[in-house]
Design a protein around this ligand. Sequence first.
Ligand code: ATP
Length: 260
Amino acid sequence: MSDESTPVAVNTDAIVLRDVSFAYRAGTPVIAHCSLRAPRGRILALLGPNGSGKTTLLKLIAGALAPEHGVVERSGLVGYVPQLLHLNFAYSVLDVVLMGRARQIGLFATPSRRDVDAAMTALGRVGMRGFAERSFDELSGGERQLVALARALAAHAEILVLDEPTSALDLRHQEMVLQWMQALVREDGLTVVFSTHQPQHADAVAHEVALVQGPGHVDVGPAARMLDADVVGRLFGVEIQRVRVDTLDVLTPRWKLRRG
Ligand SMILES: Nc1ncnc2c1ncn2[C@@H]1O[C@H](COP(=O)(O)OP(=O)(O)OP(=O)(O)O)[C@@H](O)[C@H]1O
């Protein structure tokens, strides 16, 4: 669980949703009457089963989808990182990260030295500096995910909205991205909203957690309360326990699997 004693400036909300509803098909809402707040300078994690509406909610938060009903307020520039970034052209990794600086570069203009430096710094922050000249479409899923994070970073977004940012990453890179999220919040004052299928990741870094359980069922609260083992177990329909590993409490499923 994140350190509640860490000093963070929480004086305004970065994101506010008021009574937001959305349906891809008329009459079949995916998000219904959802109200939530993401305090500035904090980490909000979205947890929920497959198809419960996490990506839809993140897109509404980021402005990639418009609500049918209700209001979404954002207090800063949003960088949205989809789960899988697909591009229809063989861009270099550096070009992909420079896309994040479209606002600074301007339409049809050439990136300046400053833009390239910002892109290289962002690549460095996710450990991908050495990939700058590589073709993006030749990268592995995990490498693409890291480049997509660098693109949002290069944009100097104040609010990062990340769809399952660790889903394609190995254990070392999962930890790196979680630490990176914490550093962005603590040192740069950013706000992070991310979805995950790993309760343990939410437990490690999130201040607030939203349990997304389908239309009309998004419950938000402090991580310590929302990440109760029984609550998370009911959310996913599996038995979850907290076990102590060294000095850490770890949320882990009690699989019913038996070695065959
Ligand atoms: N473009 C679309 N058109 C129609 N229905 C969609 C579309 N995108 C998502 N849906 C439906 O909306 C519901 C919520 O999908 P969403 O992707 O938001 O869930 P999720 O919680 O992110 O799922 P997962 O954990 O599997 O990624 C699902 O029933 C899905 O089939």
